[in-house]
Design a protein around this ligand. Sequence first.
Ligand SMILES: NC(=O)C1=CN([C@@H]2O[C@H](COP(=O)(O)OP(=O)(O)OC[C@H]3O[C@@H](n4cnc5c(N)ncnc54)[C@H](OP(=O)(O)O)[C@@H]3O)[C@@H](O)[C@H]2O)C=CC1
Ligand SMILES: C[C@H]1O[C@H](OP(=O)(O)OP(=O)(O)OC[C@H]2O[C@@H](n3cnc4c(=O)[nH]c(N)nc43)[C@H](O)[C@@H]2O)[C@@H](O)[C@@H](O)C1=O
Length: 313
Amino acid sequence: MPIDTSAKIFVAGHRGLVGSAVVRKLYQLGCTNLILRTHSDLDLTNQSAVESFFADEKPQYVILAAAKVGGIHANNTYPADFITINLQIQTNVIVSSFNHKVQKLLFLGSSCIYPKFAPQPIPENALLTAPLEPTNEWYAIAKIAGIKMCQAYRLQHNFDAISAMPTNLYGTNDNFHPENSHVLPALLRRFHEAKVNNLDKVVVWGTGSPLREFLHVDDLADAVVFLLENYSDLEHVNVGSGKEVSIKELAELVKEVVGFKGELVWDSTKPDGTPRKLMDTSKLVGLGWTPKISLRDGLVDTYKWYLENYGKQ
Ligand SMILES: NC(=O)C1=CN([C@@H]2O[C@H](COP(=O)(O)OP(=O)(O)OC[C@H]3O[C@@H](n4cnc5c(N)ncnc54)[C@H](OP(=O)(O)O)[C@@H]3O)[C@@H](O)[C@H]2O)C=CC1
Ligand SMILES: C[C@H]1O[C@H](OP(=O)(O)OP(=O)(O)OC[C@H]2O[C@@H](n3cnc4c(=O)[nH]c(N)nc43)[C@H](O)[C@@H]2O)[C@@H](O)[C@@H](O)C1=O
């Protein structure tokens, strides 16, 4: 049922790529009672601080978009951080949400929960059917544990906790860190810097052959609200665009959007990761949701935002 615009909604991770898009969406819908805390105000790995926060604020809805997130290099380099921090955050928020009678919680996982060689497109029931992609299995295991925890609280306590599994996301407020970011923001920054510094080439990681699906974060935020209003069941739900491109095609598209005229150089010492991870989104489409923003339009908008916020540096 439609979200009550006066309801107390805690958006955990509200400054991040996903959290900020969800906040924009909820404000657009007329929500007037969002509860927002920065990482420095409320460290979600601190169990007693989270418990006190929920006891004081008693939110009615929780959207869990806070996590330790990064691209293939970051996941491959900091496995202990990715499994520990994400297990701590999600456990603290899910348990305290239940303890303080939150009406509904939406947990955000990721497409990396699926086996490295899952059937394509990947259906929700491919979960735990084969080995994971080694470069991000620690993060994936944490996310799978989050799905299972939401299921366990529904089975034992009838707690309305649902899980959404987005594909690779991009958009405004993304992480543009040169090493630890995801591919799309990393390339946007690298091509931009090459253009403004008149470089003649840009290094792209891997072989360029892996395929990736991309969804603009505003579409994801729309899907998050749609699921909060229309879905309450045990199984997680894939959220994607249904369209995939090779990393080479993506690099060419970013090059074109940025207007870089030089050449691409491939650094095959960097990992390719999962060869493909196109999600089967027929379950979500069957519920009545479809994405709206094309990759080209989304890239153009994101680069425009990048120029307004970082272009002068
Ligand atoms: N980006 C992507 O391509 C995809 C993301 N997802 C999922 O979406 C969710 C959000 O990801 P995304 O928005 O990209 O990530 P971001 O890194 O952009 O945002 C994460 C947010 O969580 C906050 N945060 C991190 N640690 C803590 C903590 N200990 N206490 C409080 N807040 C904390 C961060 O605050 P601060 O920066 O101040 O530390 C930040 O605001 C995650 O669950 C992720 O797994 C799923 C699929 C794809
Ligand atoms: C959403 C999903 O995202 C992550 O999985 P991933 O999709 O493999 O992550 P990625 O975006 O970092 O890489 C995608 C592809 O792109 C190639 N690639 C080229 N050049 C750059 C580059 O400059 N940076 C990066 N990061 N990748 C590059 C890179 O070699 C790889 O082949 C998970 O860690 C996890 O966070 C998760 O759930």
